[in-house]
Design a protein around this ligand. Sequence first.
Ligand SMILES: Cc1cc2nc3c(=O)[nH]c(=O)nc-3n(C[C@H](O)[C@H](O)[C@H](O)COP(=O)(O)OP(=O)(O)OC[C@H]3O[C@@H](n4cnc5c(N)ncnc54)[C@H](O)[C@@H]3O)c2cc1C
Length: 381
Amino acid sequence: MAKPSVVVVGAGVFGAWSALRLARAGWRVTLVDAYGPANGRASSSDHSRVIRAGYGAIDIYTRWATESLADWHWLSRQADIPLVEECGALFLGEPGSAHLADTAQTLSAAGVAHERLTASAVASRFPQIGVIGLGEGVLESRGGVLRARRGVQAAVAVALAAGASYQQARVLPLDESASAPVVRLSDGGTLSADHYVCACGPWLPALFPQAVGARIRPTRQEVLYFGVPSGDARFGVAHLPAWIDFASGLYGIPDLDAHGFKVGIDRHGAAIDPDGADRIVGADVVQIARTFFARRFPALLHAPLVDAHVCQYENTATGDFIIDRHPQWANVWVVGGGSGHGFKHGPAVGKHVTDLLAGRAEVEPRFALAGTAVEAARAVY
Ligand SMILES: Cc1cc2nc3c(=O)[nH]c(=O)nc-3n(C[C@H](O)[C@H](O)[C@H](O)COP(=O)(O)OP(=O)(O)OC[C@H]3O[C@@H](n4cnc5c(N)ncnc54)[C@H](O)[C@@H]3O)c2cc1C
C-alpha cells in the first residue's frame, strides 16, 4: 500500500518537528519554506530560547515542556549537536505572587524538580542577582536554554534523513471558499498530498485570511545581547540559570557560546510585517534593559550592547496555540500561535500533529480554532 503523503508548509520549530515526526511515522513528507529553516525573519530564528516547565496553573504546557525536554536531548544525540543547556530556569516574582505559587504547585503535581527560594536564598545562591523588591523565586533545576536555530536546522536534517524532502518555495494564500484545497506556489507550481500541515508562524493570517485572520497578531519583539564583564564567568550558563522576572516583564538567558548576556522584553510590541520589516532595535529598549540592570544585575549596568535581534511573537488572544483542522477542509491543519513561548514545545507539537493525522488524537479544546477569540486577553505566561 502507498504511504500516505503530507505537505508541511513552514520549517520553523513547529513545522520542522512535525515533518520529523511524520517522516519517522512512515508518511511521505514534503517540507516547504519560503526563506529556509529558522531563517532570519522566522519566529524560530536567533541563537537561543528558554526551556521551562513552569506555566502557572496551566498543566498542559508543563507536561508538553517536560516531554519536549527529553526529545530535544534525543535530537541532540541524533544530530550530534549539544542543543540543550540545563542551567536551570529561575522564575522571579513579587511578594505574594499567585503565579509563582501556582507554578510551584503545578510543578509538584507533575513531579518536576524545583525549589522555592526566598529572596535572600536567591541572593546567596546567585550573588550576581540583585533582590530589591523581589518576593521569592522558583528554580526549576532541569530548565535551561535551547540552541534555537541549530535545533530547528537539526530537526530538518533528521527529517530528511528519515525520508522527507525539502523545497524552498512560497505557498500562495489559499482560496478558502474552494471545495478542496489547492496549494499553489509562487513559481507557478502546485503541491498535492493527502494532508497539509500549515505551520507558518506569523504568516498564518496571510495564508488563511478567513480561518485565521485576526486570531493571530504578529508583534515586534526585541532581544538584546550585552557583553559580560571581562574575565568574569558569573554570567555564563555554568553559573546562572535562565530567568523570568514577572514584575518587570523581562526575561533573559546567561552568556551562551560567548554570544553575550541576553535580555528580552516580553510585553507585546507594535504590529509587524514579518516579510518587509527592517530589524533595527530601538534605543528605548536598550534603556529599559539598563534601568532593569540597576536593580537586578547591577554588575551589568554599564555593559555594552554587543548584538541585538528583532523577532516577532505570533500572538493568539490568550497565548494558547492553535492546532486544529481548517474549518473548510478536513485534511488541512493549522498549526501555530506560539505566542512568545512555543519554541520549547516543538517536539510535543510535532507528536500531537502526527497523532491527529493518524486519527489517534482529538483536537485539544484549548487549541481549537473555533474557541480562539480575537480580542487580546493574555492568560499564558
Ligand atoms: C524574541 C522571542 C523570544 C522568544 N522566546 C522564547 C523562549 O524563550 N522559549 C520558547 O519556548 N519560545 C520562545 N519564543 C516563541 C517561539 O520562538 C515561537 O513561538 C516559535 O518559534 C514559533 O515557531 P513556528 O514554527 O510557529 O513559526 P516560525 O518559526 O515563524 O516558522 C514559520 C515558517 O513558515 C515559513 N512560511 C511562512 N509562510 C510561508 C508560505 N506562505 N510558504 C512557505 N513558507 C512559509 C517561514 O519562512 C518560516 O520559516 C520567542 C519568540 C520570540 C520572537
